[in-house]
Write a new protein. Sequence first.
Lengths: 259, 712
Amino acid sequence: MKVLVPVKSVAQIDGEPLLDGAAEVSPDLLEWRLNEWDEFALEAALRLVEGDGGEVVVVTVGQEEAEEGLLACLAKGADRAVRIWDPALAGADPLAVAGLLARLATEEQPDLILGGVQSSDSGNAATAVALAGLLDLPRVAVVAGIELDGDQLTVERELDGGAIEVLRLRTPALLTVQTGINEPRYATLRAIKQAKAKPLATLGPAELGTDAAAALALAGSRTVALAMPERGEGATMIDGPPSAIAGRIAEIVTAEVGS
Amino acid sequence: MPGLLLAATKSRPILWDTPLGLEVLWYGLVGLSVLVFLYGVARPLARYRRGNRDGLPPLREVPARFWQATRKVYSQAMIARRNPAIGWAHRGIFYGWVVLAIGTVIVALSHDVAQPLFGAGFYDGNFYLGCKAFLNLFGTALILALLAMMVRRAVVRPARLDYARPDRAPGEEGAERRGYRVGDWAFVVTLLVIALTGYLLEGLRIAMEDPGYNAFQFGGWLVAQPLAALGDPTLAALRHGAWWFHGLLAITFVALIPYTKAGHMLSSYASMVFRDPLAGKRLAPIPPERADAPAGYGTLGDFSALHLLQLDACTKCGRCHEVCPARATGRPLSPRDVVLELGEHSRHPRGDSPGGLLGGLLDAGGAAAEEGAIGPEAVRAETVWSCMQCNACVEACPVGIEQAPIINQLRRRLLEEGELDAGLQATLQQIHKSGNSLGQSRRSRGKWTAELDFEVKDARAEAVDVLWFVGDYASFDPRSQRVTRTLARVLHEAGVDFGILYEGESNAGNDVRRAGEEGLFEMLAERNVEQISACSFNRILTSDPHSLNTLRNEYPDFGGSWTVVHHTDLVLELVEEGRFGALAPLHHRVTYHDPCYLGRHNGTYEAPRRLLELLGCELVEMPRNRDNSFCCGAGGGQIWITEQGGTERPSENRIREALELQGVDLFVVACPKDVTMYEDAIKTTASDGRLRLVELTELLDEALARGPVAAA
């Protein structure tokens, strides 16, 4: 049983963002962390392998900062990590990333690919789904429960109103995992340090039989500008004891809506 | 061969009227007793050899430490502390035992060494009478003290001697620890019987021989009075019987010392010699050679020799049990039971062990190496996570056991195995990413300065006299920020040249380390040491006792050795220097809570009290004050751990204690975590109207706002 887990190091803007319409945020303002959904996907993969034996391989498309996230995955128990990068890939969209991942998956031949539903920074929810399409794999999105029996997968999805949908499919397959499916384990800082002894390969597009230009040729979209929404006006702060605040709110409601 | 009967004899016969065969048997039994004793001493020593060397003092320090421990043992100060009456009772037993043992050795030296070598012993004449008087005096003290202790156990029954375990449900196997109760009683009863039969023996001799000098052997003379009527043949038979009974019981007791509660004479003494003076203040780093091994204690095989010795040194006095805030608030933890539980696993591992006497010696600790320290049948995870690392147990322990640091080692392992609270996990990840525990942006650490009407210097950019390490709560928590700004204004007004590190500062790591995340602590310490070392300053100031503790006691292991002062120390200095002029007396009636990490960990008790005095406040002490202060419940990472069970919050317990004080309406604190904990507890106990929380700096600010007093 081999499980491939594509992960993404997402950028968090530290402090109040200073966006002025440029297409990028200044790297000084960014803090990197592993995408939350991917933590649940990795945990699901680790639990499947711990039960039945096998290998968990994590892969990311990202610059050097992403290695910290891969080390955390290795610290938690992933067996190998692969980072795919080329400076020309900066700003690559989900389709371009999925194309590179598909080439790696073709080499690795995993029984199962577990990705997060989406990334918290760009929120496209597209990469894993595109990867399934490129590999022509059966896929289920937004999974809330996974059971594996031989090559038989039973997965659950939560539908509107709390109904549970149960699906069966055979491996190889691709699932995108929802948060809350499990409780991701903690990687101690010592474990992260020790994980440096585990295999972490860095590959360029050439090693996957393509080049950055070809990878980017799949691009479907491009970021043009980033900006904060304009701050709304009309908010009134009310101070004072609770009774005075309640009285003032009553006045405003009466004035705006009518009694 | 009865000696010549004289009206007055300054001696007594040794081995009176004993045939050669029985004499040989006696010496054989004495020899056997010594062998059993020595085997009992060697076995734990062989076990300790398997432990790692962490925390042991360098060899050159041992003589001085031995001397210190010996002075303490002979003064019995560690037992008398907080319990003068118990101190005197234990002194009676201790000195009674020591003097009687020395008396027996003197007899043996005279009879078995001097007699055969020089043809004459020395146990006679005035020396004999002096010995007799001493032995009678201390024998009586021993008996009285034993009786006092027995009354305490049977009648007074203090809570600390109750063996019911808070970490086991009532009725669960081992929840009562009956075995220990039996052992305790066997110990005191045996000592009492040995002492009483000693007097009986003396009385029988006096009744038979009437040697005179009754005042020198008053105990025996007293016993002899009713016996005199019995007649010599009966007395002689009784004397033989009593001699063998007393003798056999005494040598059996000696043989069993290392195997019973009496063993604390050896193990507790040794523990006091090797105790770490910084226990709990500076936790053990992980040495480089074990960087790749699992952290902390998972099995007894992971324990240091020092901690293994401490597990054997416990006398079950229950002082840690009594002071533990987790135990007092109904959580499943008693430091005593952690030590006893681990000690049982260390001494009696369940795994396979080669049998036989030799096996016991050769494999000592071998089976224990595999013996799990954490688990349902050992120390439970919930127990490990109930600890507040407040060090009250370490402080209370009379024999130097490190309960809190041992629990910390168990945490290190639990953390690696992923057994930690989700709230704690999220906070640790937060600290790793942004350097603070409150989920705030790293860049906003210095934002509290924005509301001041002066600039706070960036100590990274320019030299300062005082480098202020602000800490997480004081930097980010809105209530504590008010205190922080007040302190900044006070320092500014006093003309102190100070600066802060702004976003260069990270969580100091004191509580990260106490939560068991050693790797993250190392990272934070390294990062802060790097930032601080690049600055030019004379001393470090902090208002956070937790940061103070780790900066002062733990950063030296990471290359940062500086003078670190608490703000109460610095503010006191400024007031005493007259930087604010004469202060208007506030006339408040207040109580003060000693923060664990300021008081117990760092010995600052006077500065806040002196400040209160200078501010014209009347201090009414909390019943539990100074080194016996009661934790607010935030320590050891508890402030990040989702609250679990318990009968009440430690902070509420503390507020209720303050509410008992007559006419006190201000609860004074000197720690940002206390500000948060007690502001909450005052609300949740609905005490808003009766008690108000105030930070010490805010009182100074109040005095300053009233303006200087005109000189009289």
